[in-house]
Design a protein around this ligand. Structure first.
Ligand SMILES: [Zn+2]
Ligand SMILES: [Zn+2]
Length: 287
């Protein structure tokens, strides 16, 4: 995991070099600060999973962490939710229509267990009782940012216990989330997926779509940029795309979770061609 100072330096360079909305970078920086404080408060959890339970879950295709396995500190979670909502509310112009109920600190709703569970399991979200002007999309983004430090802590605690050669599924072995980025490793050019929710990395075959599972070679393709550093994998089966970085071509140090942001132009291009990014749904539930 990259250190914070490196991340902030990289963001600063990005702000100078590229044509990016500086407000977006300010927003992201604020979010990172909230999340890294939260990570320090959460620490590394010690999930009581025996080796036997782990191999059984792996065998059955179950992610290691189910909702009931997470020992949430609900008051900490609520604090983070409030801080994250505050960060979103400070830069409302980044999110289109911004609901009034989230703007005022006094009227900000609280996060229920039911809501967190629904988000975690990819079910549709119950509405925020006091605030029905909040779109599901915005709410998802806020919950995602709130839960990230918790899920990342589980990923740190458990990823070493995943048998990478055996898992090889299209969803995260830790939390069941969808991948939203991938890389080809330096050693063999093997493809690894990056979880959109907990940042876990796992090994996956190159010639299969992680979203719909097709192995039909006529449905799968990829494009590369001029330097061959980035690849855009696309699937005609489900019309989704996956951004990928080829580490064999990387000349400087790569900070993977940040690469999601640095590659917004690739997203724009992919969407222009008619492909969609992964959705947040708990991938396993769909299979
Ligand atoms: Zn995950
Ligand atoms: Zn597909």
């Amino acid at each position: 995991m990259p250190t914070n100072s490196k991340i902030f330096r990289k963001l600063e360079e990005w702000k100078v070099k590229e044509d990016v909305d500086p407000n977006f970078i300010e927003f992201y920086r604020r979010l990172l600060r909230i999340q890294s404080r939260a990570k320090r408060r959460i620490g590394i959890p010690k999930p009581g999973l025996s080796s036997r339970t782990i191999s059984e879950r792996m065998e059955q295709g179950l992610p290691l962490v189910g909702f009931n396995d997470i020992a949430f500190d609900w008051s900490l979670l609520q604090d983070i939710f409030t801080e994250v909502t505050g960060a979103f509310a400070t830069y409302p112009e980044l999110f289109g229509e911004f609901p009034q109920s989230l703007k005022e600190p006094e009227s900000r709703p609280s996060l229920s267990r039911e809501m967190v569970k629904a988000w975690f399991e990819g079910a549709s979200l119950p509405s925020l009782m006091e605030a029905d002007d909040v779109s599901e999309h915005l709410l998802e983004a806020i919950i995602h940012a709130t839960l990230n430090p918790f899920l990342v802590s589980y990923s740190k605690a458990l990823l070493g216990r995943v048998n990478q050669e055996r898992w090889r599924r299209g969803y995260c072995p830790i939390c069941g989330g969808n991948p939203d980025f991938a890389f080809l490793d330096k050693e063999r050019g093997a493809r690894w997926l990056l979880c959109s929710r907990c940042d876990a990395e796992w090994l996956f075959q190159r010639l299969e779509c992680p979203y719909c599972g097709t192995q039909d070679q006529d449905a799968l393709a990829y494009f590369t940029d001029d330097e061959g550093l980035y690849r855009l994998y696309v699937c005609e089966g489900c019309k989704r795309y996956l951004k990928t970085l080829d580490l064999r071509q990387a000349k400087s140090e790569v900070l993977l979770p940040l690469e999601r942001l640095f590659t917004f132009d690739i997203d724009a291009q992919a969407q222009e061609y008619g492909y969609s990014p992964c959705d947040r749904a708990w991938a396993r539930a769909k299979r």
